[in-house]
Design a protein around this ligand. Structure first.
Ligand code: OOG
Ligand code: NI
Length: 454
């Protein structure tokens, strides 16, 4: 055996290999990556304060490698196998997203690194959805889909063997890691040969385009890969110059000085040639997306966000209302737009570090912040937003798809399929906040201010 690879190294290798594969398969993705790199460089050059904040928080390195992907799985067995595959790369299932509320027959989680050091190294995430055939009205069709799915194997034998090696040895050698990445890539590759005939495909599309996308192919092709930009409005505006047509509105919060959560936009899925049992046809599945990430919100901050977003959406839908962006901007004036204010009001999560050494015993954390002894960096939101995700799903599925599923969350069934519980994202942010504060206070000799439970 050669040198041991860490899960961080395997994840970095894998995320780069996925990006290279997608660039080769979907040329517009390569164009988007170049545009995002240009915009990020220009944004950092024009905003020294932003550059300083990102550099000091140690986030400069992760920026260029940062991206997320998305896949859609067909069966519980596939979900649990993919969970074990991602675990080799240090990615755990975080959060539960019910998309049935938006008329999409899936529920989802995000596989991602969870600790602060691993996130800094490479935050690669995969939004992973499981098809819910239980929501399909036509029970005959659901049975047929289940049968078709039962015949496919989405993870190669070699990848399965290496997952077992990693599980029993607690990791992989360098050579095994290279092989594992190459084999894992096979799971997410595009297949232009459908596993079903034209009639079956059409029947599945009639039930829901997403069902056809999951059931008709040999594996869960990666359907987009999303780079992180520092200025999503600039990228959105420049997309047409590069021959890319973005969707009309950016999902999530409005543009702000203190970015919160996640803003996303996408370009429409490509129509790609597919062969259905020898018959030529086409399928649309793969698209492009960009995102801008802001601070993670506490439960109180999130409640305020959800309330304001719902209010804006309801108002914008009224006859004679101003355009959506105008309504959104006006509504979010109620959300504090300053990081220190978000911190003091308990609306956002932070990570603490030592600034300058403080003399004597301070009265409070706020006092240490004011003195410059303690620095609070906003924690990046590492997760997803169900309303935005629904908008992204819809924009590439086409507007003609019915959305008549009733809200029907079933986290228990999801976790049973996964073979594990999903991690509560709020607990992760809270833990990073408390442990970083405790460590900084100890270093400053201000242990008497350590929060309870840290
Ligand atoms: C996933 C859509 C959700 C996001 O960034 O919110 C998503 C899909 O279309 O499979 O990727
Ligand atoms: Ni996405």
């Amino acid at each position: 055996m050669g040198v041991f690879s860490t899960s961080d190294e395997i994840r970095s290798l894998f995320s780069q290999a996925m990006s290279d594969m997608y660039r080769a398969e979907v040329p517009q993705y390569g164009e988007l990556i170049d545009l995002v790199r240009d915009v990020n460089a220009a944004t950092l050059a024009a905003d020294p304060a932003l550059f300083a904040r990102i550099e000091a928080a140690g986030e400069l390195e992760r920026l260029d490698v940062e991206r997320h992907g998305a896949i859609r799985l067909g069966t519980p067995e596939e979900l649990s196998l993919v969970r074990r595959m991602f675990a080799v790369m240090g990615m755990e299932p975080v959060g539960y997203y019910d998309l049935s509320v938006a008329g999409i027959p899936v529920h989802s989680t995000a596989f991602r690194p969870v600790d602060a050091a691993a996130l800094k190294r490479n935050p690669f995430r995969v939004f992973t959805s499981l098809l819910r055939l239980d929501l399909v009205e036509d029970r005959e069709l659901a049975k047929q889909a289940e049968h078709i799915l039962s015949r496919r194997q989405i993870v190669t034998d070699t990848a399965q063997m290496l997952i077992e090696v990693a599980e029993s040895h607690g990791g992989l050698s360098d050579g095994q890691a290279q092989k594992f990445v190459q084999e894992a890539l096979e799971t997410f590759r595009w297949h232009s040969d459908a596993t079903v005939g034209r009639d079956t495909y059409d029947a599945l599309v009639d039930a829901h385009r997403l069902i056809a996308d999951v059931v008709s192919f040999q594996g869960p092709h990666i359907n987009h890969l999303t780079p992180r930009t520092l200025d999503i409005d600039a990228v959105q505006a420049q997309m047409p110059d590069r021959g890319i047509a973005p969707k009309a509105v950016i999902e999530g919060p409005p543009r702000r000085k203190a970015d919160i959560l996640l803003r996303q936009t996408s370009f429409k899925a490509l129509e790609e040639a597919v062969v259905f049992h020898g018959v030529d046809g086409s399928h649309t599945a793969r698209f492009g997306e960009i995102e801008q990430r802001g601070i993670a919100l506490t439960p109180a901050g999130r409640t305020l966000y959800d309330t304001l977003l719902n209010k804006a959406r309801a108002e914008a839908a009224c006859p004679g209302a101003p355009d959506y962006t105008t309504v959104l901007n006006a509504t979010f004036e109620a959300f504090p737009d300053d990081f220190e204010q978000l911190r003091r009001e308990g609306l956002g999560f932070f990570q603490y570090r030592v600034g300058t050494v403080a003399e004597g015993k301070a009265q409070s954390v706020d006092q240490l912040i004011d003195m410059g002894a303690l620095i609070a960096d906003p924690q990046v939101y590492e997760d997803f937003l169900p309303v935005s995700a629904a908008g992204i799903f819809q924009s590439n599925l086409g507007a003609d798809d019915q959305s008549n599923y009733r809200a029907n969350a079933n986290q228990d069934a999801f976790e049973a399929a996964l073979g594990a519980a999903v991690i509560d994202e709020m607990a992760l942010y809270q833990d990073i906040q408390e442990s970083s504060l405790a460590a900084a206070l100890t270093a400053l000799g201000q242990d008497h201010l350590t929060p309870k439970g840290a």
